[in-house]
Design a binder for this molecule. Structure first.
Ligand code: ZN
Ligand code: ZN
Length: 283
C-alpha cells in the first residue's frame, strides 16, 4: 500500500472538531496513535467519517495501535474528544482478546469436544459516533450474535460467548463493571435466539516497544448471563460519561479451566430450558 499521508485541511469545517462524530462537535484536543498505513486509512474511512489526520509523524518500527502487528508505523494526530478516543484505543484490544479465546479453545477443548465448533461472529467493526442514531436498546432487541457462538453442527448453534477484556484480574477486582448497553446486548441476543450466553473476561496487558505498544491476552474467567445478573449489586452512571453501567460481584466469575466441566455437563442445555421458560429482562 502507498504511504497514507492525507491530511485534513485547516479550512475544513471539521477542523477543531471530533473526528469520530458525524455532525460537528468542537474538540480542540489533539490525540495521537501509532498506526500502520492500512490501519490509518481504514480508521479514517470507517470510524472518522473520511476525515484524515491533521499530521503524520516519522516512520518507525513498532506495534500498530489497531491491528496490533509489529510493522512500520507512524504517529497519527487527530482532533477528538476523550470519550471517542477511549473507544478508538479500545480497538487494539479486540484482536488479541479474540485470539486468546480461540487459542484456549483449540488447546484445551477442541480435542475433548470434537463435535463442538467455536465460530467467531464479530470481527472488529469500526464505526463513527452518530448522535440520535437508533437507540442502543432498539439495536439490542434486533441483535442476534455476540463475539462467538458454539455450534454442534454447521448452522446448529448451542450457545453464545460474549467477550469482555481489560487490564484487571477478576481475582483482584472489588467489582466487575459492564455497561448497561452491553448487558442489554447479551440479553437481547439470548432472548432473540433462545440460546444462553456465556461471558468470558480476558485479562490483557501491554508489551512495550517504546513509544509503541502491543496488547496481549493473559488469564481468562467465565460466567453465564443468569449468574452474572444475579450478582449485580448496583447500577450507576459512569464517571464523567453519559452512560450507565452495572456493577457485579467478581465472584460471579470462575477461572476458565472450570468451563471444561460446564461443557462436560452440557449445562448450556439447562440454561436454554431456563431461558425458554422465562426470557431475560432488559435493564
Ligand atoms: Zn495496523
Ligand atoms: Zn467525540
Amino acid at each position: 500500500m502507498a504511504p497514507f499521508r492525507d491530511v485534513l485541511s485547516p479550512e475544513s469545517e471539521f477542523w477543531e472538531a471530533c473526528a469520530r462524530e458525524t455532525s460537528r462537535r468542537t474538540a480542540r484536543k489533539i490525540q495521537t496513535v501509532y498506526l500502520c498505513d492500512e490501519c490509518a486509512a481504514r480508521l479514517t474511512h470507517e470510524a472518522f467519517n473520511d476525515r484524515p489526520p491533521i499530521y503524520h509523524g516519522e516512520e518507525l518500527e513498532g506495534f500498530c495501535g489497531l491491528c496490533n502487528d509489529r510493522k512500520t508505523v507512524v504517529a497519527r494526530f487527530w482532533f477528538a474528544c476523550d470519550t471517542c478516543w477511549n473507544v478508538v484505543q479500545g480497538y487494539q484490544r479486540d484482536k488479541p482478546a479474540n485470539l486468546g479465546v480461540r487459542k484456549y479453545w483449540n488447546d484445551e477443548f477442541a480435542e475433548q469436544f470434537p463435535d463442538l465448533t467455536l465460530v467467531e461472529t464479530d470481527p472488529v467493526r469500526l464505526l463513527p459516533y452518530q448522535r440520535g442514531a437508533k437507540t442502543k436498546r432498539q439495536a439490542a432487541e434486533t441483535l442476534d450474535a455476540l463475539a462467538f457462538r458454539v455450534e454442534r453442527a454447521p448452522g446448529q448453534p448451542i450457545f453464545h460467548i460474549e467477550l469482555k477484556s481489560g487490564p484487571g484480574s477478576i481475582e483482584q477486582m472489588t467489582e466487575f463493571q459492564l455497561d448497561i448497553n452491553d448487558s442489554n446486548d447479551i440479553i437481547g441476543v439470548a432472548n432473540k435466539t433462545g440460546l444462553p450466553a456465556y461471558i468470558f473476561h480476558v485479562q490483557l496487558r501491554h508489551v512495550y516497544e517504546v513509544p509503541t505498544r502491543a496488547t496481549v491476552a493473559g488469564d481468562m474467567w467465565w460466567t453465564d448471563i443468569f449468574t452474572l445478573l444475579k450478582n449485580r449489586k448496583a447500577t450507576r452512571q459512569r464517571r464523567g460519561e453519559d452512560k450507565k453501567a452495572g456493577y457485579y460481584l467478581p465472584s460471579a466469575f470462575q477461572p476458565i479451566d472450570t468451563f471444561r466441566r460446564e461443557l462436560e455437563m452440557e449445562n448450556y442445555n439447562t440454561l436454554r430450558k431456563r431461558l425458554a421458560k422465562k426470557p431475560l429482562k432488559f435493564s
